[in-house]
Design a protein around this ligand. Structure first.
Ligand code: TYD
Length: 136
């Protein structure tokens, strides 16, 4: 898995003078069925979330409100995705290291995941991650 597999998915946007609406349907707009949603909020200035990869989990990361950066890393190359639109989702497959940083005040990060929470699926040691990716 390389960072080339990470991609922005433009979600449907129903524009309406009463306010816009966006939706996601698992296995339709995104390449997996959604088994869990969680969200990150009230992030103090300068804090960094993430700092791990998953062995099998796939995710979609959305800046529902505000903005933040997602740094993806396949052990060889890195890329920064700046998210600031509520109708863009960033697809991050398994075995990609990610850091979430530069959260704006009152930003809201929604994450849709392909499975329920399992600590055993995390790789939290960067050296181990690189070794698993075949990098020394
Ligand atoms: P973690 O995934 O490390 O946070 P980050 O969003 O920065 O990557 O999770 C932080 C803590 O929350 C950790 O103790 C595990 C717990 N947690 C759950 O219990 N359920 C969940 O769905 C998630 C995402 C985390």
């Amino acid at each position: 898995m390389t960072i080339d597999e990470c991609k922005i998915i433009e979600l449907p946007k129903i524009s309406d003078p009463r306010g816009n609406l966006t939706f996601i349907e698992g296995d339709r707009n995104i390449p997996f069925a959604i088994r869990r949603a969680y969200w990150i909020y009230d992030v103090p200035g300068g804090e960094i979330r993430g700092g791990h990869s998953y062995r099998t989990l796939q995710e979609i990361i959305i800046a529902v409100s505000g903005s933040f950066d997602v740094v993806v890393d396949d052990g060889n190359n890195k890329r920064v995705f700046s998210l600031n639109r509520s109708y863009y989702g960033l697809y991050v497959p398994s075995m990609i290291w990610r850091d979430l940083e530069n959260f704006s005040t009152n930003s809201l990060c929604l994450i849709l995941a392909s499975d329920i929470y399992s600590e055993a699926d995390y790789v939290r040691d960067y050296g181990k991650f690189r070794a698993m990716k075949g990098q020394v």
